[in-house]
Design a protein around this ligand. Structure first.
Ligand code: PAF
Length: 296
């Protein structure tokens, strides 16, 4: 596997890989890889001839008081994991290569990027959309793979690709891969390694309380009550705060105060021991399947 940090070298590698008309899938990451990322690579390999993974800890998407400096960087270890999965190339540009002096552009994806994490982390999704647009333009992949764990990020990227006519990848070739979870149900995340043993033990309350809230909502309890109980469960397990807990339309991310028969998602962000965890799960699956089959 080639590790590339210069754009001209990347372009040469991409055109070499494409020589026989082969397809390329991109797996953008910030490194500190875990099985969730490797699942993306495996999904990408199943759909394209070659996979290019990217590792770039994008400073622009971290707020002033966030964990940019602490964010784990382990390029050699990550590269070994990617090579073992049969990744063709790793694009790992420097900050200077991505943001040369005088860099002045930014993409804002309105509405879908404004609420939830967008409200708590101003500018975050502008920076994500901008860097992903750059990565798409640099690699020009046929397919792109992202984890559903970052549900809102995936929605922002799909909207951006659609709006800006990024023909490669097409909006419907941006593939969301289901969240990979630890054995106890906690969603895998590079940030889980910040958790102390006590925090890690308490963190499992997040998926458990989400499942309990979904069960209540699906059983017809008021959404507001189910969300209040979810927040209370997190706080009593040791979470310091809950940034948001929201039932939303799975596509538009508009908040819902009841299931509608269309796909819905429960999305939560909460802080434990200084670590911000996010998770999301499908809600009302049974209802939406009934509605789609005309049995609503
Ligand atoms: O999900 C991530 O790792 C990052 O937000 C991404 C998509 C690589 C953009 O920096």
């Amino acid at each position: 596997m080639q590790i590339i940090s210069q754009l001209d070298m990347l372009r040469t590698t991409v055109s070499d890989l494409r020589k026989g008309g082969e397809t390329i899938a991109i797996v953008p990451t910030m490194g500190a890889l875990h099985d969730g990322h490797l699942t993306l690579v495996r999904a990408a390999k199943a759909r394209a001839d070659h996979v290019i993974a990217t590792i770039f800890v994008n400073p622009a998407q971290f707020g002033p008081n966030e964990d940019l400096d602490a964010y784990p960087r382990q390029l050699a270890e990550d590269a070994a994991m990617l090579a073992a999965e049969g990744t063709a190339a790793l694009w790992a540009p420097s900050v200077e290569a991505m943001y040369p002096d005088g860099f002045a552009s930014s993409i804002h994806v309105a509405h879908i990027g404004d609420g939830l994490c967008g409200a708590d982390r101003p500018g975050h999704f502008d920076a994500v959309a901008t860097v992903v647009c750059k990565l798409f333009n640099q690699v020009r992949p046929d397919l792109a793979f992202f984890g559903e764990k970052d549900w809102q990020q995936l929605a922002v990227i799909r909207q951006m690709a659609r709006d800006l006519d990024l023909t490669l990848p097409l909006a419907d070739t941006i593939i969301g891969v289901p969240t990979v979870r630890e054995a106890d149900g906690l969603a895998m995340s590079s940030r889980n390694r910040y958790l102390t043993a006590k925090g890690r033990a308490a963190a499992v309350t997040l998926p458990n309380a989400m499942k309990a809230a979904i069960a209540k909502i699906e059983a017809g309890h008021p959404v507001k009550e189910a969300l209040s109980a979810l927040k209370a469960a997190l706080i009593s397990a040791g979470f310091q705060s809950v940034d948001y807990a929201s039932l939303a339309d799975a596509k538009s991310l508009d908040p819902l105060d009841a299931l509608t028969g269309r796909p819905a998602r429960l999305l939560v962000a909460a802080r434990i021991g200084g670590t911000r965890l996010i998770d999301n799960m499908a809600a009302g699956k049974a209802q939406s399947e009934r509605a789609q089959s005309g049995r609503a």
